[in-house]
Design a protein around this ligand. Sequence first.
Ligand code: CA
Length: 231
Amino acid sequence: MSKLRILIVEDEVDIRRFIRLSLEKEGMSVFEATTAAQARIKSASRQPDLVIVDLGLPDEDSKVLIRDMRSWSSAPVLVLSAQDREEEKVDALNVGADDYLTKPFGVPELITRVRAQLRRANLVSAGPSSVVQFGQVRVDLATYEVIRAGEAVHLTPTEFRLLTALIRGYGKVITYRQLLLDVWGPGYSDRPHYLRVYMTNLRQKLEDDPTQPRHLITELQVGYRLAGLTT
Ligand code: CA
């Protein structure tokens, strides 16, 4: 099996080095770019399996780079964000990034996020299956059937659309804006309270402990993600 190829786009040498060493220890091949201009060249020529992009690059807005990269690469994009760049992080997710890490982060967090994105990319390329499973829940996207611990669960059409949106974006952080657009349509982007209500309903119906969700995960001030899909 060939090595997984990771491109790091980051101007800070210490962070670049930290990430490179951590990922090389995992047996991955790592390429570096210090500017957006270099990243454009290397992401096209090296064809990485995953790209890690810092949100503060010296030569260009990282969001423009990510949006453009989406036109020639389907590799997952993990953004690195500083704590005071909350809004920028959400914007990056909205233009096509898949997940983020907030600086400072440790090795385990980095590896977990990278592996999760690579797994997701694999799952997506394996082709869509109509049946997915997480925890005790089994969802058939073709027949709208939801079963939890052997018993049929009734979801309203809106709850089912929300669950479907989370399944399609499995492993990604999906922003409030993306979910509102997907589930309710244009014109609802200023109504995140809709999401809170419907997420509470979904957790009541699908999680073992709705107060400690293990699959329908909140990303504070950003959005939601579905975790722990087994098929
Ligand atoms: Ca930077």
